[in-house]
Design a protein around this ligand. Structure first.
Ligand SMILES: *Cc1c(COP(=O)(O)O)cnc(C)c1O
Length: 407
C-alpha cells in the first residue's frame, strides 16, 4: 500500500524556520518589524497602499464590514456557494446576509442575480473568487460602482492570481486575504486587509488593536518608540506621552492582531509566493491533462486572460450522478488513503442559516447541485506526478464502479 496522500499540506522550508526562529530570539513577539514587512510585501504584491495584518481572514472580513459602517438594518449581498466566513461576517455586525446563487461554470456569483438582489438597504456586496478564480470580478466591481455600493472582496482563496493586468485583491474597495494552512501561503493563522482608502485602513488598524488610535499606534512603528513599555511598573510618575496613548481606546476595538511569529512565517512565504503559485499550477495542469478527457467529470474552467493561483483542485461529477454517488466515491478514495473532500455545502443550508432565515433545499439550486457533486482532490505544492497518477487512477476506478453498476 502506498503512503497516504493528504488533501492539503503546507509548504514550509528552512527559510520559514530561520525567520520564525530569528523572531523568537529577537524578544519582540507582537507589533514589530515582521508585521510591517509582511504588510509591505502583501500590499506591494497586490498594488495597494494600505495592508493591515490581522489574526485571520475571518477577522479581516469582520473589520472591513465594521469599518464600512455596516450594522443592524443593513443588507449585504454574499455568495451562497462559498466558505461560511463569507456570510458569518455579516451576522457579526448585525446585518442581514442576502445570498446569491452561483454561475455553474465559474462557481462565482451570477451577476444578473446580484443585480436583482440589490435593494435600498444593500450596504455592501461581498465578492469571492471561489477556488481562486477571478472570473466576473471586474464586472461585479463595475456593477457595485454603478449602484455606489462598496464591494468587499473576500480574496481569501486567491492570493497571487490575476485577471488581465489586475491582481486578485485589487477589485474591491477593500479586499481580505486569509492565511490558514490550506491557503496558497500560510501564517498558521492570519489574514490581511488591503485597500486604497486611507480612512478605512486607519479604522481597521485601530480596531484590530483594541481601538487604540493616533498615528503611532496605527502601525507597528509606534511601539518601537516605546522601549518604555518596560517602564510600566513605574507609572506612578504619570503616563509618558507615548505610553499614555497606549492606554487610550478611542473606540471599542478587538484584539485581532497578528503576532510577529505568524508575520515572520508570512514574510518567508511571501518571498516564495511565485515559486508556490508555479508549483500549484504544475499540479493543477497535471490533473487537468489527465482528467479532462473523462466524460463523467467537469474539470475547472479557466478563462483565457486569467492567471489562476490555485487554492484547491475541485472536479465535479456530471449531472447524471447523485450526491450519494459522490459520497460513495469520496468514501472509496479515503479507503485508499487518498485525502479527498466535498466542497462546500451551500451556506444558506447550514443549520444556523436555516434556523435564522428558514432557507430550504431548492432555494439555491445551482449551488446545491454543484455542492452535491464536487470532489476536492489532494492538492499541495509537492504533490508528485506519481501521486497525481495514483489519485486519478483511484478516482477513475471508483467512478467505473458506479457506471458499471448499471446506471
Ligand atoms: C479561508 C476563507 C476565509 C477565512 O479565512 P480564515 O483565515 O480561515 O479565517 C474566508 N473566506 C473564504 C472564501 C475562505 O476560503
Amino acid at each position: 500500500m502506498a503512503n497516504p496522500i493528504p488533501l492539503s499540506a503546507p509548504d514550509i522550508t528552512e527559510l520559514e524556520v530561520r525567520l520564525v526562529t530569528q523572531t523568537l530570539r529577537s524578544g519582540r513577539l507582537s507589533i514589530g518589524p515582521r508585521l510591517e514587512e509582511f504588510e509591505r510585501l502583501v500590499g506591494e504584491r497586490v498594488n495597494r497602499p494600505h495592508a493591515v495584518g490581522v489574526s485571520s481572514g475571518t477577522a479581516g472580513l469582520h473589520l472591513a464590514l465594521l469599518a464600512l459602517g455596516i450594522g443592524p438594518g443593513d443588507e449585504v449581498i454574499t455568495p451562497a456557494f462559498s466558505f461560511v466566513a463569507s456570510a458569518n461576517c455579516v451576522l457579526y455586525v448585525g446585518a442581514k446576509p442576502v445570498f446569491v446563487d452561483c454561475d455553474p461554470r465559474t462557481l462565482n456569483m451570477k451577476l444578473e442575480d446580484v443585480e436583482k438582489a440589490i435593494t435600498e438597504k444593500t450596504k455592501a456586496i461581498i465578492g469571492v473568487e471561489v477556488f481562486g478564480n477571478p472570473c466576473g470580478m471586474l464586472e461585479l466591481a463595475a456593477l457595485a460602482a454603478r449602484y455606489e455600493i462598496p464591494l468587499v472582496e473576500d480574496a481569501a482563496e486567491g492570493l497571487g492570481g490575476q485577471k488581465g493586468p489586475d491582481p486578485i485583491g485589487r477589485f474591491g474597495r477593500v479586499a481580505v486575504f486569509g492565511f490558514y494552512p490550506s491557503k496558497q501561503i500560510t501564517t498558521g493563522e492570519g489574514g490581511m486587509i488591503v485597500t486604497h482608502d486611507d480612512k478605512l485602513a486607519d479604522l481597521c488598524r485601530s480596531m484590530r488593536n483594541q481601538g487604540r488610535a493616533g498615528p503611532s499606534y496605527l502601525t507597528g512603528a509606534g511601539l518601537h518608540a516605546i522601549p518604555a513599555l518596560e517602564v510600566i511598573p513605574g507609572l506612578g510618575m504619570g503616563l509618558g506621552a507615548a505610553l499614555g496613548s497606549w492606554l487610550v481606546h478611542e473606540r471599542v476595538g478587538y484584539n485581532f492582531r497578528l503576532s510577529e511569529i505568524n508575520a515572520a512565517l508570512g514574510v518567508a512565504q511571501m518571498q516564495r509566493l511565485n515559486e508556490i503559485v508555479e508549483a500549484r499550477e504544475r499540479v493543477a495542469e497535471a490533473y487537468t491533462r489527465r482528467l479532462m478527457p473523462n466524460p463523467n467529470l467537469i474539470v475547472p474552467n479557466i478563462s483565457e486572460d486569467t492567471r489562476m493561483s490555485w487554492f484547491v483542485y475541485v472536479v465535479r461529477l456530471t449531472d447524471q450522478f447523485t450526491s450519494d454517488d459522490r459520497d460513495f466515491i469520496l468514501e472509496g478514495l479515503r479507503r485508499h488513503e487518498v485525502g479527498a473532500s466535498n466542497y462546500f455545502p451551500p451556506i444558506p443550508l447550514l443549520p444556523p442559516y436555516r434556523k435564522l432565515f428558514g432557507f430550504q433545499p431548492g432555494d439555491f439550486p445551482v449551488a446545491e447541485s454543484v455542492s452535491q457533486r464536487t470532489i476536492a482532490l489532494p492538492f499541495f505544492n509537492r504533490l508528485t506526478e506519481r501521486e497525481i497518477d495514483l489519485v486519478c487512477q483511484t478516482l477513475e476506478v471508483m467512478i467505473q464502479r458506479i457506471t458499471f453498476a448499471g446506471r
